[in-house]
Design a protein around this ligand. Structure first.
Ligand SMILES: NC(=O)c1ccc[n+]([C@@H]2O[C@H](COP(=O)([O-])OP(=O)(O)OC[C@H]3O[C@@H](n4cnc5c(N)ncnc54)[C@H](O)[C@@H]3O)[C@@H](O)[C@H]2O)c1
Length: 388
C-alpha cells in the first residue's frame, strides 16, 4: 500500500470541517491531514482543535501551507472567487489539487486553473460529489445497460433548495454577493447542471434560461429555469431557493426513469425514495435501499469523492469530477445567466475574449442587455433597471 497522501486544506469553513475533514479521517491508510489554512483566525482555530494539529501546522496565509514540503494535495475549500489564485499557486508548487465546486466564479478563472494543472502535470479534481449518490450511480448504470435506449431528455428539478449561510466568523452572506459567488442559487447548486450533463452524456452546446430574484432587491437570482441543448439531446434544469418540487426524470427512446425524493422534495435535503423504470413491458421499481438524510448522504459521497481523487492521483487518470468537466459545467451555468440577461440562447464555449467568459455575471454589465430582461428589471448582478 502506498504511503497516505498528505493533505493540506485551505479554508476551514462549513464544508471543510463538516465533510472534508471527516472524509479524510475515515481513511487513515490513504490520507493524513498535515496542514490547514484560513484567513479567519476563529475558523482556523476551530479547524486546528477539530483535527488535533499543532500551531505549527496551521497557517493564516494559505501560501505558507502551499509551500510546505509535507503536503502532497491541496484541498481548496474557500468561496469560489478565491479558488483561482490558490489553485494556480498549488499547481506551480507541484501539488495535486482537489477543489470545491464551482471550480471558479468565472470561466476565465476556471480555464486558467485547468491550464495551470496541465502545465504542471498535476491532477486537478473538483468536488462534483452528487455524482456519487447511490441512485445517480444506479441510474447511470441502467442507461449504460441500455434500459431506456438512447437518452433523449433529462429533467432535473431542484426547486426546494435551502439557502444556507456561510460560516458565521467569515461572511455569512457571500453566496448573495455576485462578485464572490458568481451567481445565486444556480451557481451554488450547479450540481444540477453536472447531473444533467452526466445523463445527457454529450457536451452541452447551447443554453437558454430565465432567472429571477427570490427576494426583491437581492443581488443574485433565487430561481433559475434552464434549457441545455447538446447535439441530439436536451435537459431542463430548474433550481430555486424555497419549497418547490424536486426530482429527476430521464426520457429515453425505449423507456423512462423517474427518481423521486421524499414528499417530491429536492436532493439532498429530501432523501431519495424510489426510482421507477418504465418500458414497453410496464413499470418496475428499481431495487435500491432508501436514501439517507443530508448529513450522512453528503458525508458518504465526500468519502467516495476523495477516494476517487486518490485513485486518480495514483493512476495518473482524471477524477470523476475533472477540472475540464468542471470548466464545461461552469460555462453552461454562466451561459444561462447570459441567456437570461440577453433574452436569447447562448452558445458554449463562450468566446474567451468576451466579458462573460472573463468576468462571469459581473461581465453582463458590458453587454447590451434589453430593458425588458428580467435580469435588468430585477436589478440582479449589479445591473440597474435603467442604466448599466
Ligand atoms: N460539494 C458540496 O456539496 C459543497 C457544499 C457546501 C459548500 N461547497 C463549496 O465549498 C466552498 C466553501 O463553502 P462553505 O459553505 O464551506 O463556505 P463558508 O463560508 O462556510 O467557509 C468559507 C471559509 O473560507 C475561508 N477563507 C476565505 N478566504 C480565504 C483565503 N483567502 N484563504 C483561506 N481561507 C479563506 C473563510 O474564513 C471561511 O472559513 C464554496 O466554493 C462552496 O460552493 C460545496
Amino acid at each position: 500500500m502506498p504511503a497516505p497522501l498528505r493533505v493540506g486544506i485551505v479554508g476551514c469553513g462549513n464544508v471543510a470541517l463538516n465533510f472534508h475533514v471527516p472524509a479524510y479521517q475515515a481513511e487513515p491508510d490513504r490520507f493524513t491531514i498535515t496542514a490547514l489554512a484560513d484567513t479567519t483566525p476563529e475558523r482556523l482555530e476551530l479547524g486546528r482543535t477539530g483535527t488535533g494539529l499543532t500551531p505549527e501546522q496551521v497557517h493564516g496565509d494559505p501560501l505558507d501551507l502551499i509551500a510546505r514540503d509535507d503536503v502532497d494535495v491541496i484541498d481548496v475549500c474557500t468561496p469560489q472567487h478565491l479558488h483561482r489564485d490558490l489553485v494556480v499557486a498549488a499547481a506551480a508548487a507541484g501539488k495535486h489539487i482537489l477543489c470545491e465546486k464551482p471550480l471558479a466564479a468565472t470561466p476565465a478563472d476556471a480555464a486558467a486553473m485547468v491550464r495551470a494543472a496541465d502545465e504542471a502535470g498535476v491532477v486537478l479534481g473538483v468536488v462534483h460529489n452528487y455524482l456519487f449518490f447511490p441512485e445517480i450511480i444506479a441510474a447511470r448504470e441502467l442507461i449504460d445497460d441500455g434500459a431506456i435506449g438512447e437518452v433523449r431528455t433529462v429533467t432535473v428539478d431542484m426547486l426546494g433548495v435551502v439557502d444556507s449561510p456561510g460560516a458565521a466568523g467569515y461572511r455569512p452572506r457571500w453566496r448573495h454577493d455576485p462578485a464572490a459567488a458568481g451567481g445565486g442559487v444556480l451557481m451554488d447548486m450547479l450540481h444540477g447542471v453536472y447531473l444533467a450533463e452526466h445523463f445527457l452524456d454529450e457536451p452541452v452546446e447551447r443554453v437558454s434560461a430565465y432567472v429571477d430574484a427570490a427576494t426583491p432587491g437581492d443581488a443574485v437570482e433565487g430561481l433559475a429555469l434552464c434549457r441545455l441543448e447538446s447535439a441530439r439531446r436536451a435537459a431542463l434544469v430548474n433550481i430555486g431557493w424555497g419549497f418547490g418540487p424536486g426530482g429527476i426524470r430521464i426520457n429515453g427512446s425505449k423507456g423512462r426513469m423517474v427518481l423521486r425524493y421524499r414528499d417530491e422534495g429536492t436532493i439532498p435535503w429530501a432523501p431519495f425514495e424510489a426510482m421507477a423504470l418504465t418500458t414497453e413491458s410496464g413499470t418496475e421499481t428499481v431495487g435500491l435501499p432508501p436514501g439517507q438524510e443530508l448529513g450522512p448522504l453528503v458525508a458518504d459521497a465526500l468519502r467516495i469523492t476523495v477516494a476517487d481523487f486518490a485513485d486518480a492521483v495514483a493512476a495518473g487518470r482524471a477524477p470523476a469530477g475533472s477540472g475540464r468537466a468542471a470548466l464545461r459545467t461552469l460555462e453552461a451555468t454562466v451561459a444561462a445567466y447570459a441567456s437570461a440577461a440577453l433574452g436569447r440562447s447562448v452558445d458554449i464555449p463562450l468566446p474567451p475574449d468576451g466579458p462573460v467568459h472573463r468576468q462571469g455575471v459581473i461581465g453582463l454589465a458590458e453587454l447590451d442587455i434589453p430593458a425588458t430582461s428580467s435580469v435588468r428589471t430585477r436589478g440582479l448582478f449589479g445591473l440597474t433597471p435603467n442604466g448599466s
